[in-house]
Structure formats: structure tokens, C-alpha cells
Design a protein around this ligand. Structure first.
Ligand code: PPS
Length: 304
């Protein structure tokens, strides 16, 4: 049983792991599947900003960076609510008794910043019709897989991950929520040539946050003083976000997200995959990777 408080009332609901249902071959949860028509019909507005990522690519990190920029570096304003309330996750449904991401998105005032993990072909068409700005963040396939595995372990409504070995096979085959990592990063990479998409890499932000945050500022047409930029860099460092309850998901009920199994802010590193992949797993992964990523001008750094 989980308990969530909304506006003075307490909602009790049973936490069970989601089942998968496919939309156009992409595994989503049965809950998303159930409201797919509404998700597809979502009405974006021209001043909406969409943050799009494959799961575990650094979504929360870029969400915090964007909010800090939009709030002119005012940390107090950025702590007005948990990150998942400040920036609704449009396709997500935790439970039928709680407001869906769509409902949350419809309630917040414009200009809105919204989050999605949808592959490019499943993004509601109104985002393209309205020519919305989109920030996409990609993270290397191996660190993404490790992070996703631990997230399945700690988030009790994610489908059962099985063992690391089993999970890795499902991940390579695209049989995990939001589908194939390979298709996701490639699909958005191609889309950036025809739309207002800023395509960023987790590894680049880790290597040089100042340079990458400046790219985001430029994209958002925000000119901030050096002191403000310094503050944003400082506040969005892994250690600071890990300690920030409005960014680290510890405000979710422990029955839903069990940070004792694995914290949401787990390692925040590039190359942690080396602590998980066996030599054999790594060889098989590389072989498969080469085939799936052949012929595309998109490269990732697996270490810094
Ligand atoms: N500030 C900062 N710096 C570096 N890394 C960070 C930061 N914030 C979040 N993270 C790491 O991002 C991983 C979580 O990814 P997401 O936020 O995309 O998760 S989600 O898909 O929205 O659930 C998860 O990665 P792992 O630690 O490898 O599991 C987080 O630790």
C-alpha cells in the first residue's frame, strides 16, 4: 500500500509492477496504453519547451538546469516543488487515482516545460505543428543500461527487471519501457535536422557543464550574468542534486521508490558500466552495438 498526499487528502493505492503493452511496436505500460489516444491528442502550445530523453539519460539533471536558467538562478524558486511537479512527464501515469502527466501539464501555466521519454515517432504531433523547442539529452548505451537496471530495482512500479544478465538482453532487444535505446537516440538525431532540437550528451555535460549550460542558455535565448551561471553550475552538480529533496525523488513514497535498494541519484558518473559488465557481456554488447549503430554519424563516449 502506498500513500500520496494531494491537496490535503490522502490517497491510498496498491503498488504493483506495471505490465507492458505496445503502441506501434514500442513497449509502454498498460496504463499509458489505456490513455494513448489522449496522449497522442495532447495540445502543445508554441511556447512549450519539451525535454526529451531515453530513460536515465540525465533527464532530471537537464530539468534542473533548465529550471535554474528560467528562474534566473533563484534556488528558492527552483525548490517551489519537486522536479516531477514543476515539469510534468506527459505520458506517465503512476496510478489511476493520481493525476496523470497529461492532467498535470494541462494545469500548469505557460510557458510550460514538459518531459517525455517517447521515441520521436510517438511524440504527439502538436509539438511539431506548434514548432516547439525541444532539448534532447543522450547518454552512452552502457551507462544507460546500468542506470536503467538499478532504476527498475528501486522503482516498484517498473516492470520486473530480472537479473542483470536478463535485463541486459531485454535492453539490447528493445524489450524495455520506451523501447530500443538505439532507435531512440538515432530517431531523435535524425529529427534534429528538421526541427528546433538542441541535442546534448550526458558525457559532455559531465565534462564541461559551463559550456553545455551556455548552449542551453543560448537555445532558450537567456543571457545571464557570470555569477548566475556559476550558481547554476554549482547547484546542478551531482552531489548537490543528490542532497536536494526537490530534485532527488525522495519525496515519493518509499513503497514506490525504495532508495535503500538503489538511490535515484545513484552514481552520476561516466563509465560506471565497467563495474557491471563482464568481459563476455561487453564483447557481445560491442558486436551488437556496431551492427545497430552502423551508418550513422552519431558517436558516444563510454568513458571520459
Ligand atoms: N547532476 C547530475 N550529474 C550527473 N548525473 C546525474 C545528475 N542528476 C542525475 N544524474 C543521474 O542521471 C541518472 C538518472 O537519469 P534520469 O534523470 O534521466 O532518470 S529518469 O529517466 O528521469 O527516471 C542517474 O544515473 P546513475 O547514477 O548512473 O544511475 C542519476 O544519478
Amino acid at each position: 500500500m502506498s500513500v500520496e498526499k494531494k491537496k490535503g487528502t490522502t490517497v491510498h493505492w496498491e503498488v504493483t509492477r506495471n505490465e507492458i503493452a505496445e503502441v506501434e511496436g514500442i513497449p509502454l505500460t498498460t496504463r499509458m496504453y489505456g490513455i494513448w489516444d489522449k496522449i497522442w491528442a495532447f495540445q502543445a502550445k508554441p511556447d512549450d519547451l519539451l525535454i526529451a530523453t531515453y530513460a536515465k539519460a540525465g533527464t532530471t539533471w537537464i530539468q534542473e538546469i533548465v529550471d535554474m536558467i528560467q528562474q534566473d538562478g533563484d534556488t528558492k524558486k527552483c525548490k517551489r516543488a519537486a522536479v516531477y511537479e514543476r515539469i510534468p512527464f506527459i505520458e506517465w501515469v503512476v496510478h489511476e487515482s493520481l493525476p496523470s502527466g497529461l492532467e498535470q501539464a494541462e494545469k500548469i501555466p505557460s510557458p510550460r516545460t514538459l518531459k517525455t521519454h517517447l521515441p520521436v515517432q510517438l511524440v504527439p504531433p502538436s509539438f511539431w505543428e506548434q514548432n516547439c523547442k525541444i532539448i534532447y539529452v543522450a547518454r552512452n548505451a552502457k551507462d544507460s543500461a546500468v542506470s536503467y537496471y538499478h532504476f527498475h530495482r528501486m522503482n516498484q512500479i517498473m516492470p520486473e527487471p530480472g537479473t542483470w544478465e536478463e535485463f541486459l538482453e531485454k535492453y539490447k532487444a528493445g524489450k524495455v519501457l520506451w523501447g530500443s535505446w538505439y532507435d531512440h537516440v538515432k530517431g531523435w538525431w535524425k529529427a534534429k535536422d528538421n526541427h528546433r532540437i538542441l541535442y546534448l550528451f550526458y558525457e559532455d555535460i559531465k565534462e564541461n557543464p559551463r559550456r553545455e549550460i551556455q548552449k542551453v542558455m543560448k537555445f532558450l535565448e537567456k543571457d545571464l550574468e557570470k555569477e548566475v551561471l556559476d550558481k547554476i553550475i554549482q547547484n546542478t552538480q551531482f552531489e548537490n542534486m543528490k542532497d536536494n529533496p526537490m530534485a532527488n525523488y525522495t519525496t515519493k513514497p518509499p513503497e514506490l521508490m525504495n532508495h535503500k535498494i538503489s538511490p535515484f541519484m545513484r552514481k552520476g558518473a561516466v563509465g560506471d558500466w565497467k563495474n557491471h559488465f563482464t568481459v563476455a557481456q561487453n564483447e557481445r554488447f560491442d558486436e551488437d552495438y556496431e551492427q545497430k549503430m552502423e551508418g550513422i554519424s552519431l558517436t558516444f563516449r563510454m568513458e571520459l
